[in-house]
Design a protein around this ligand. Structure first.
Ligand code: NDP
Ligand code: MG
Length: 382
């Protein structure tokens, strides 16, 4: 395997730092060529000093001076601003772009990387939710592989190896259920941010952890799976699997089901996306059936966790509605973090935003960008 040169968009986040863990363990195979952070200058500087990338970008322009000063004794080139984040992915020195910015902000740089014919390791699921049709069409046009990083989608992708000509009967998408699994509506009415952030199996960024508790994350993943694997959402079934050991499954026409199973850590799917099509050695503790003999599966409680059916509805309506849903959810999550919206009201908030939206059946990229902005404005009045 030739050494792969990697640009990490969102290197200072949960996926970004875990990507650097993988690179650190395989310096002969991977090189961090570009690091992009949002506003955490301190961590970006620390990462740059350790990994000595060719370039770093800090999206928050006010931190430019701080990063420049700290790296002035090195050869590392420093850039700032959202435009630089978009431009940097085009550099010749980059083979793979790890798309790990959180939220809508990840869309433009990911699309740019596709247009520059870079292999994409996709963690930023919001990109697919907002613009799955455009993103997959651009990837096809440019002959670009989109390798899933989301653990469920990596699992599906892994089970599909050697099966690309075989029809998928059904995707069985597993969900941990999050920290509120098993609770009824009245038991989540006054749930606090601290409770929601206490995920039983995964340590992730705040947004995805909150989405995970509301099951919006699973809704976003249903849409992500539709676009990544080209199947109708009627063929994607969600199973709550609290142990997070079976990362997802695919059922084929003959009734056979293949699963990908292992210790829950994002470093496995991150590493697989970087090393694909090869598998390389990993230090991850091996899963033991003897220590965890019970794997259980439940139907999702869609009456309590209404974001999941809401996402199914949004993708069935199609057009710009998933974009509206995503923007409203990002606003709702931020309001919940700020203590301005109850957790239980996230679904209703998103629903209201959708009801106020103007439907566009086949939105262009510009229309989607505008739709995101407009939805955030609409949200101010909810
Ligand atoms: P984090 O919040 O931990 O990290 C987000 C990263 O994006 C940070 O590096 C942040 O920079 C950066 N960022 C935020 N806004 C901007 C911006 N406008 N421009 C440039 N960079 C920006 O999130 P996660 O790592 O948890 O999640 C990243 C993506 O991966 C999400 O889409 C999530 O759904 C997906 N994902 C995450 C999983 C996980 O285990 N964490 C699992 C599966 C999918 P800074 O902190 O410096 O401001
Ligand atoms: Mg996931």
């Amino acid at each position: 395997m030739n050494k792969k040169r990697i640009a990490i968009l969102g290197s200072t986040g949960s996926i970004g730092t875990q990507t650097l863990n993988v690179i650190r363990r395989h310096p002969d195979l991977f090189e961090a060529e570009v690091l992009v952070g949002g506003s955490n200058a301190e961590l970006l500087i620390k990462q740059a000093l350790e990994f000595q990338p060719n370039m770093v970008v800090i999206a928050d322009k006010s931190k430019y001076g701080t990063v420049c000063d700290a790296l002035s004794s090195t050869d590392i080139k420093v850039f700032a601003g959202e435009e630089s984040v978009c431009d940097i992915v085009e550099m010749d020195c980059v083979d793979i772009v790890m798309a790990a910015i959180v939220g809508f902000a990840g869309l433009k740089p990911t699309l740019n990387a596709i247009r520059a014919k870079k292999t994409i390791a996709l963690a930023n699921k919001e990109t697919m939710v907002v613009a799955g049709e455009i993103v997959t069409a651009e990837a096809r046009k440019n002959g670009v592989a989109i390798l899933p990083v989301d653990s469920e989608h990596s699992a599906i992708f892994q089970t599909l190896q050697g099966e690309f000509h075989n029809k998928i009967d059904k995707i069985l998408l597993t969900a941990s259920g999050g920290p509120l699994f098993g609770r009824k509506r009245e038991q989540i009415e006054n749930v606090t941010l601290a409770e929601v952030l206490k995920h039983p199996n995964w340590s992730m960024g705040r947004k995805v952890t909150i989405d995970s508790a509301s099951l919006m994350n699973k809704g976003l993943e249903v849409i992500e799976a539709k676009w990544l694997f080209g199947v109708g959402v009627d063929k994607i079934e969600v199973l709550v699997h609290p142990q997070s050991i079976v990362h997802s499954m695919v059922q084929f026409e003959d009734g056979s089901i293949k699963a990908q199973i292992g210790t829950p850590t994002m470093e496995t799917p991150i590493q697989y996306a970087l090393s694909y099509p090869h598998r390389i050695e990993s230090h991850i503790p091996r899963f033991s059936f003897w220590e965890h003999p019970e794997l259980t599966f439940f139907r999702p409680d869609t009456e309590t966790f209404r974001c999941l059916p809401l996402a199914y509805n949004a993708i069935e309506q199609g057009g710009n509605i998933p974009c509206v849903m995503n923007a409203a959810n990002e606003v709702a999550v931020q309001r919940f973090i700020d203590g301005k919206l109850r957790f239980i009201d996230i679904a209703g908030f998103v629903e209201q935003a959708i009801s106020k939206a103007t439907y566009i059946a086949h939105p262009t990229l510009d229309q989607l960008l505008e739709c995101d902005t407009e939805t955030r404005k609409t949200c101010n009045n909810i």
